[in-house]
Design a protein around this ligand. Sequence first.
Ligand code: HEC
Length: 400
Amino acid sequence: METHLIEFLGLLVRWLHVIAGIAWIGSSFYFIWLDNSLEAPPPGSDAAKKGVAGELWAVHGGGFYNPQKYAVAPPTLPDRLHWFKWEAYTTWLSGFALLGLVYWLRAQAMMIDQNVRALTPWQAVGIGAASMVGSWIFYDLLCRSPLGKRDGVLGALVFAFITALAWGLAHLLGGRAMFIHVGTAIGTIMAANVFFIIIPGQKRMVAAMRAGTPVDPLDGQRAKQRSVHNNYFTLPVLFIMVSNHYASTYSHPQNWAVLMLMAAAGVSIRHFFNRKHKGVYAWQYPALGAVLLGIVAWWTAPRLVPLPPVQGEVTFNRVRAIIGQRCVTCHSPAPTFPGYTQAQGGVLLHTPADIVQNAQRLYQQVVVTRIMPLGNLTQMTDEERAVLAAWIKAGAKMEP
Ligand code: HEC
């Protein structure tokens, strides 16, 4: 029952996380588009006299909208200002809760891969937590350092840092956990940018305006730089968040490089859209993105690991015994593996009919990608994989 509650809580938190993430990234995309699409009002017009630097007209949902952006600020600030911060905070908080429920509470199954490093669950969780906090501290110092004044150099350094993080985690955690922790490190940087830099800076700006004292231009510059970073982070982060459905990416021997190629493609494609809002169609960027994605598609195509020759006869009973020993702990209606209350991935392997029905998926997971058994927790041997492969190649029959 307790484990079922944890699972159900996970469902609710995941639902919330997706909703909040859509609200955050949606509003972020909207404002980038808005900022890039503004046009200066005609000189001498009412808007220009009010100090409006850019405006546009839009139609949506049966209404007409006319947002205006002030060069500095309106002469008087209205009492009611919309801030756009809870989207970011809710996304991070729900994401953190989900990370805890799905990965940290089940570190043995979800984070540790004996073939990468034999960590204890506490070590794995510690590494995960350190990667989030440490990434923010390092990134923030980098932005504040003299290098932070040069946008291009800073962008390249941030990319290099994330690459180093992915490489390092790839040598400590299982592929899936490595991906998600690179994602949560970037997500933490994004939310912390909002919480520690952008919102406090805006608060100081508003307070100065209300008090009639000069506004520190550094606050505006910093907020702009950080929100541009957040904008380029969005596509890579969204890929990472859905990547756990695609074992070919995170289970690749050079999974950190696969991750960074996907991230580079995302950044490049995002750059195209940022330019396009300004009316520049820089097709070289999506072309570069497409080339990088093509490389990933080719590079992650399954290459079969050679299996040892099978000794003895391949019978269904033999296959059934192997699956009973290596898979059923997680793939039965009542799994015995700690923390699981239902058949994982919805796949049942406890009856002969279920085994036969799932033979092709089983081949994919055990022989091609070798993702199963998860983290090889049940210590399946290559000889056993060869037996399953031979049985499926011979037609996956229940007899003899
Ligand atoms: C320690 C628990 C565990 C063991 C042992 C295990 N699995 Fe899984 N299996 C999982 C989990 C968790 C998932 C769901 C993965 C996901 O959601 O991406 C899964 C998913 C699957 C899937 C569906 C994957 C897909 O996306 O189509 C198949 C097929 C599968 N396992 C086969 C096997 C076979 C065959 C074995 C034994 C050789 C095995 N599993 C052993 C935990 C386990």
